[in-house]
Every structure is written in structure tokens, then in C-alpha cells.
Design a protein around this ligand. Sequence first.
Ligand code: NAD
Length: 479
Amino acid sequence: MKHLKNYINGNWTEGDAGSFSVNNPATGEVLAMVPKASPEQVRGAVDDAETAFRFWSKETAETRSNHLRRLYDLILENVEELGRTITLEQGKPLKEGIGEVRYGASFVQWYSEEAKRVTGEMIPASHKNKRIMVLKQPVGVVAAITPWNFPFAMITRKIAPALAAGCTVIIKPASQTPISAIKIMELVEKAGFPKGVVNLVTGDAASIGNVFLDHKKIKKITFTGSTEVGKELYRGAADTVKRISLELGGHAPFILFDDGKLFDSIQGALASKFRNCGQACISSNRFYVQQGIQAEFIEGLKIQLKSFRQGNGLTSDTDLGPLIDQRAYEKVSDHVTDALSKGAALEYRGDIPAKKPNGEGGYFYPPTILSGIGPDMKIYREETFGPVIPIIPFREEEELLTMANDSDYGLAAYVYTQDLSRALRVSEALEYGIIGLNDGAPSTAQAPFGGFKESGIDREGGHYGIEPFLETKYISIGL
Ligand code: NAD
């Protein structure tokens, strides 16, 4: 078993508060021991990152760009190994693990270019003897807290724009999946980033989080994770008026009108629901299907699901892996049981891979389709984070919009229709930050990713994604 280390100020460091194990969710096997950083170590990392900020923020944009470009090249040279690491600690099929590495790398590439395009402006003044100059400057030391569902890409999506802007970073990855984060640090070191510019601490989430919140040298927190923890951090950031960006939970409606293309909508439903076994913030969670097309849609999904193979992600033909842990398994089971007890119908349930004779085995939940879902069921309101398709019939567009917007979340929504006017009308009316219009996979490096309502604050991706790491400074010049 491997004993892995934290990366602080360019040094590989043990945890002063001990260590914890990381398990493979497909087998239960212990993969590695990872450090528990003490609060003192985290405070030390913040001081180191602040020292590094003094010179990194003064580097030319070109130098920062070149470092990111080298990191991008190194990631591409190691795609297979990084993808395998993701599969081992997170469970997703290897082809998805590799896909995540490529997706994560695309942010490093994009921001290596964007680093050179951060500009200010001169604004015409009201007096002849005055000039108005506006500068963009990096906010300072950034704490990046990331979730387990995309253990590689959620880190690169944050650190690439932060580093491009001239910030230094301290990463706190999810405890279930810190190995991918450690692999990124190995590449950061190889890419030649100066010491202290990128740091990694692992360990107790609340104690590390509290250091981030209390420390005045942390100028910004960028968080991806649950709405519950996001709210806690939002409240905690108030005392020092820290900048905070939040990418939180979702409860995406998937909307299929009678005139939608059936084949495309089924492909879109499978992509948006079963990627990562339904454990994505933009996973479709409520399937609103117009009455005329419901039977065909369910039949089409069943045919596709029958050929889905569920199992260990490292097996070459696996389409669907396990859920991350026991808690996740219990939540999905609870949502399905609750819906069935309140009158939902079970349309489809896949086979679960057999557990080993000794009782070990992964947290596999089979693909499931439910119909007859109503607002009194948990699955209607809460993020399920599992491979379950709950179908809600609708008749008219207006009724549909009321139901689809009836959520505290506002991250992603999917719409399938061939009617152009309706497509635009519905896309504009949906209270969601990302709309997949006849598209089940909308996320890409150059586009803004983020949510309305309780799904978050700010955007990641594109030129929008670097803004949260920049302060705006106005210099009034008298001639
Ligand atoms: P989580 O909120 O439990 O954990 C996220 C991170 O926060 C982890 O690193 C965790 O260790 C840390 N954390 C937990 N408590 C903390 C505290 N008190 N202080 C500081 N840090 C703390 O979320 P999760 O279960 O890892 O991830 C799943 C959630 O993430 C889902 O709700 C999903 O929708 C959301 N998510 C959102 C996006 C997005 O871009 N909007 C992307 C991926 C996942």
C-alpha cells in the first residue's frame, strides 16, 4: 500500500495529524494512505502561498501562460495513468476517467491562452486634465475546495484560471478522492511552477475549511460541492469579507416535447443521466416527458439499458460503475423506496453485479426507471446522485415551465424539441444557468458553467471563469 504526501511550498510533506485511507468503491480495497494535515500545517501553507503570490503575481502573463502550457502537455502525456487513477479511487469506467482527464486538461490549455488576454481599459474622463485608468489585478491567495465526483477536472477548472490571473492556490480535495489531486501536484512540480505557487493539503474537511475561513491572507475561496457545505462557507466567509465562488448542487429537468427527435433525446438522456453513474451536478434528475411520446421514450430507454454493463470500471466493457460510498447508496435506495411507496411505478431495473462471497463488493446501484412521479416524492425535489430516471408526464408548455422551475436549484436543464420558437421560448424561460438544447453534454472549457438560485455564485470556464480571480482597480490620474 502506498503512503502519499501533501505538497506544500514545493516539499512533499507528511501529515502532522496522522493519515487516512482511500478505498476503491468498486472493490472496497484500500488504495493508499493519505496525510491528515494539522491546522498549523495549513496555516503554514497559506503563509507560503502568500510569499509566492508576491512574485507570481508580478510575473509576465507570458511566463504564467508557458507554465500552464507545460502542465497541459504533461497531462496529455499521462492521460492513461491519470484516467486509471480516477477509476480506481472514484469508480467511473476507464473510458470516462480518460474523458475526464481530457476535459480537465482543456481548461489548462484554455487558460494558458487566456492568461495573455487579461486587460484593463482607459475610460474617457469628464475633465480635460484627467485620465481614468482601470486595471485588473489578481485577488491573492486562493483556497480551492473540490468534490469527489470529478476528482481531476474540478481541480484544473479552478486552478488554471487562478494561476493564469496571477493568484497562488491551496487545494483541499475531497477525502474520498485525493490521489488524483496528488498526481496533479506531481505534474505541477515537473512543469516547473515555483515553490509555493500551487499547494495541496488533505485531511479533516471542517478543520482545514476553518483555517481557510479565518485566515486573513486567504483572499478568496472557490468551492465545488454540496449546497449545504457551500452555504456554510458562504456564511463563514462573511467575517473577513472573502471573495467566494460557489459551484453547488443541481436538480436538472430533462424536457422532451412530443416533437423532439426520439433517438437524439434517448442518447441525450443516457449521456446526461448515466455519466458517472448519475453522480454529476448537471445530471438529469427529473424527466418531464410530454404525454404523446412517453411510451416510446421509456421503451427506447429500456432497449438501450438492457445492453448496459455495470461493474468494475477497469474492466474494458464497463458502461456503469459503482456509487462512491455507502451513504450515496443509501440515499439513492431511499429515493426509490420513497417514490414506490407513494405510488410510482417501476418501469425498469437492471441487474446488480454479484457481491463477493466474503461480503465485499462495490456500492453498485442498478439503472432504474420510475414513472408516475409526483411533487410529494423526495426524488422530485432532492438531488438523487444515482442512476435513476424518474418520469413526470406533462400536457402543455406552460404547465411544464411551472413544474421545471419549481426548484431551489438552477444549474442545468435539457430541452428536446424541433420547434425553433418553442426552443427559444422555453430556453429563455427556464431559470437555469446552463441549457442543453437538443444536447445532453453541454459542458466545455470555453463556455460559462454555473448556476442560478441555490446552485451557486459565479461561473467557471471561458473568459467568465477568470473574472472571479481578479480585482478591479481604478486609478484617477490628474495631469
Ligand atoms: P461536499 O459538499 O460534501 O464536499 C465537497 C468538498 O467540501 C470536499 O472536499 C469536502 O471534503 C469539503 N467539505 C465538506 N465539509 C466542509 C467544511 N465544513 N468546510 C470545508 N470543506 C468542507 O460535496 P461532495 O459530496 O463531495 O460532492 C457532491 C456535490 O457537489 C453535489 O451536490 C454536486 O451537485 C456538487 N457538484 C457541483 C458541481 C458544480 O459545478 N456546480 C460540480 C460537481 C459537483
